[in-house]
Ligand binder design. Structure first.
Ligand code: G3P
Ligand code: CA
Length: 275
């Protein structure tokens, strides 16, 4: 079923086209752009030597052949790791044949650790407008350094001070209101998204932390409390929902008129929306 929609729903590739390719790799983001995603989502963390890299977990153990916390490793340590073959391993799990454990694609860059800088270059070279939704992970640990580095990097790409939030191809997301506050204090026109795993009682009426324009509820919140989406919209906020992979959830989001769907399967969601 597709929807005759009154409004455009942005399709955001969560960690890239992460169902098809290893999350947060160049391969996953290239695939998302090929698939027609409107925007790319990525999580950022600081390495021990101060580089912003796109890694979701605190440790690299799940998504690479290395071990340890990102914050304790330098960029050169991370660059020596393989962030791709765990996905192959997952795909082979439960099958009778043995995978080629040592196999890495010829394009090593595609499955290496991805810096935010490289991702910004990819987006700049996409040949069409591709937006970027950057999530600051555990920003409190670094007491402002994640946001500081992020804004410096965005400045180098001319993206730190858009004329207005609506025109910005970049937005910053976080579960931490404090992190978003830091971003807004330094760059008031950069749009910010307050991510929610649950709705705190003081925000149930549709308000968001001061100055934040966009709500980022989980699909679980949306399923259980569809009326909350209406309240957010009445309060004048955009609604960006994560992580929406099931067709019936895409339909629900379309019916409720959300503004963005964040998904591991951008092509399937675009198809479902009739695009
Ligand atoms: O897009 C928001 C979503 O990514 C938040 O959850 O754990 O996947 O970073 P997580
Ligand atoms: Ca994320």
């Amino acid at each position: 079923m597709t929807h005759a929609r009154q409004h455009h729903i942005q399709v955001v590739a969560h960690r890239g086209a992460s169902e098809d390719a290893p999350e947060h790799t160049l391969a996953a983001y290239r695939k998302a752009i090929e698939d027609g995603a409107d925007a790319l989502e990525c999580d950022v963390r600081l390495t021990a030597d101060g580089h912003l890299v796109c890694v979701h977990d605190r440790r690299v153990n799940r998504t690479s052949n290395g071990r340890g916390a990102v914050s304790a490793l330098e960029l050169a340590d991370l660059a020596a790791l393989d962030f791709g073959s765990w996905k192959t391993r997952d795909a082979w799990r439960g099958r009778d044949e043995e995978p080629d454990w040592e196999h890495r694609p010829e394009d090593l860059e595609a499955t290496s650790v991805l810096t935010l800088e490289r991702l910004l270059e990819l987006v700049a070279d996409a040949g069409r407008r591709v937006e970027l939704a950057i999530e600051t992970k555990h920003p409190t640990r670094w007491a402002g350094q994640v946001e500081e580095r992020l804004l410096l990097l965005l400045k180098r790409f001319g993206l730190d001070a858009p004329a207005s939030p609506a025109e910005s191809p970049v937005r910053v997301m976080s579960f931490s209101a404090r992190s978003l506050h830091r971003v807004r204090a330094a760059s008031p026109t950069l749009p910010t998204v307050y991510l929610m795993q649950f709705v705190s009682p003081r925000l149930r009426d549709g308000r968001l932390p001061s100055g934040v324009g966009i709500a980022g509820p989980s699909i679980r919140i949306v399923r259980n409390h569809p009326a909350y989406v209406e309240r957010l919209k009445k309060a004048g906020h955009q609604v960006h929902v994560w992580t929406v992979n099931e067709p019936e959830d895409v339909d629900l989001c379309a019916r409720l008129g959300v503004d963005a769907i964040i998904t591991n399967r951008p092509r399937a969601v675009l198809d479902r929306l009739g695009r």
